[in-house]
Design a protein around this ligand. Structure first.
Ligand code: SF4
Length: 263
């Protein structure tokens, strides 16, 4: 986080914005944004229009992920955190930079405020994580989990996504933990995973990527004698699309895979 700017006045910062109070930075006006930057409460990069390049395009807009995060930030700017907290399994807390929704994300506490998404130590989360969390807030938790599990293929318009899930989540986990089902369970438990007893797989665990986004992983170990490779099947709650769109759901599974397979 930038500290109090001695070089630039509020007016200097204001001049660099688009000055149309579009709200994409999470503030209602450009003046409020400039004042927040000046005191160090908000990074200047939160406005996609500052530091425009020679073509007049905002620097941040060259990166599609940053542009999407900005757009989502604008969409959740006026969301009532108190009203959404329960449906999303979080709670609203006071932080140094205002009120924020606190919730568990892959086994750790994170904070979503109208300005930023950050970890307990104050560091901003990666842009891709911000997109997922802003989306989760935007969806607002439209109901209750069903407690029934289903494969991605049972969701509408998911045919092309099934391959992505297999390649970047299921096969990745299977390869990493081949011959190591105990380590698979141990690693999942480090991120809040709960072992499922009586499952037909060699190891089965449910991990809550977000409070209302559980993913169940069934793991079948390799069988070298019979030449069978290891296999993983990811399952989702039947009501998962009440909490995230399908792309975000796949991304949640990818983040889970990256986290548990990380050295
Ligand atoms: S993003 Fe914020 S500071 Fe930038 S132009 Fe829009 S309202 Fe103004």
């Amino acid at each position: 986080m930038e500290k109090f700017s001695e070089m630039e006045t509020v007016l200097d910062i204001l001049k660099q914005t688009k000055k149309d109070n579009c709200g994409k930075c999470g503030y209602p006006t450009c003046m409020a944004f400039a004042a927040a930057v000046h005191t160090g409460a908000c990074p200047k990069s939160s406005c996609p229009f500052v530091e425009a390049d020679e073509e007049g395009l905002p620097a941040a807009m060259h990166d599609p992920e940053t542009a999407l995060a900005m757009e989502l930030k604008g969409k959740v700017r006026n969301v009532d955190l108190e009203k959404r907290a329960m449906g999303l399994g979080g709670r609203v807390v006071a932080t140094g930079s205002g009120m924020a929704l606190r919730l568990r994300y892959l086994g750790r506490d994170v904070f979503i405020s109208p300005d930023r998404v950050f970890a307990e130590d104050g560091s901003e989360l990666e842009t891709r994580d911000q997109i997922l969390l802003y989306n989760y807030l935007f969806f607002g938790g439209k109901g209750r989990l069903s407690g029934e599990w289903t494969g991605l293929e049972s969701f509408p318009n998911s045919i092309s996504k099934v391959t992505t899930l297999r390649r970047y989540t299921e096969e990745k986990i299977a390869r990493c933990f081949a011959g190591k089902p105990i380590q698979f369970l141990k690693r999942c438990k480090e991120f809040g995973g709960r072992e499922v007893e009586g499952c037909h797989a060699d190891a089965c665990v449910t991990v809550f990527v977000l409070p209302k986004v559980p993913i169940r992983l069934n793991f079948w170990d390799e069988d070298r004698e019979d030449g069978l490779p290891p296999e993983v099947k990811a399952l989702f709650d039947r009501r998962a699309l009440d909490f995230l769109d399908i792309e975000s759901l796949i991304f949640a599974a990818e983040r889970l895979s990256e986290t548990i397979t990380m050295e």
